[in-house]
Ligand binder design. Sequence first.
Ligand code: TYM
Length: 329
Amino acid sequence: MSKKIILSGIQATGKLTLGNYLGAINNWVRMQEEYNCYYMIANLHSLTVRNEPEELKNNTLKILALYIAAGLNPEKNTIFIQSQVKEHAELGWILDCYTYMGELSRMTQFKDKSQKHADNINAGLFTYPALMAADILLYKADLVPVGEDQRQHLEITRDLAERFNKLYGETFVIPEAYVRKESARIMGLQDPTSKMSKSATNLNDVIFLEDEPEVILKKFKKAVTDSENIVKFDPETKPGVSNLMQIYASITNKTMEEIEKEFEGSGYGNFKTTVAEAVINTLKPIQEKYKMILNDKEYLEKIYIDGANRARELASKTLNEVKEKIGIL
Ligand code: TYM
């Protein structure tokens, strides 16, 4: 039997965070043996907010270097840049015409981003999920490994696929979200009631994958906890401590009970340092490899050209099938 297909991606805007790593990339690395994987850099999605052109280009390459440094094998996986497979934009437009204004206006990400970028609520920000659906449906992906915040976009993708299949007969595979429990939603270190995010204004709230070890340690030491001094998993009443436990659990694969036992009677100081060290030790080899790969522009170019060629094979087949069905010559 042929392997199941996975597709996922990260936007090329801003610096990647520990949330992106634990919620997405780390799980992709775990899945690469078992599945036929397509991992992309969503640079067209990045256009929904304003970017410096040079910075967007650099970020795209940085993310590519990070994928590989984190352990994604470019020979086993198809790693590509969204804009280089034109089928994404084309199917995105087609799916726009099958997506309702009502369903798009319910999207939490649209509501959040409209608030954050009140001076630039553009049409692309609104139809963002239709392009994301195109990303997924072009490859007939069975599974989409993402963090919890993308679940709603997966729901709309499924609805679109079902709607299309009903109208024109079996065309798309209905994809499923794969959200790993421990790393589903890594929260901010200063505000553990909101998601750790690239666009945080308080830099102590977020660990960037490029942060130096001393910076990481300092940020963890400053992390907001509570006054109980007991390491116990309870996201409702102890969001700060529970978030640190979740970070530790996703890195070490320990259960919450094991972590509670490990830090019984030890206080928060030791706990925070141990979590910080686990993060530092995980990121260190990735950071070293990342710096080397990022300097090798030829190698990166080879990977994304090769990836786009491979991605296009499947994407163009699906797009032709769609066009045939809807009467586009
Ligand atoms: P993006 O770029 O915002 O985030 C990339 C991935 O990282 C996950 N993530 C988190 N997981 C846990 N805790 C956090 N604090 C955290 N922050 C981010 C996200 O859930 C995501 O999995 N629309 C997508 C990009 C995209 C895509 C796709 C994803 C475009 N096309 C097709 C999957 C399939 C996005 O903005 O992710």
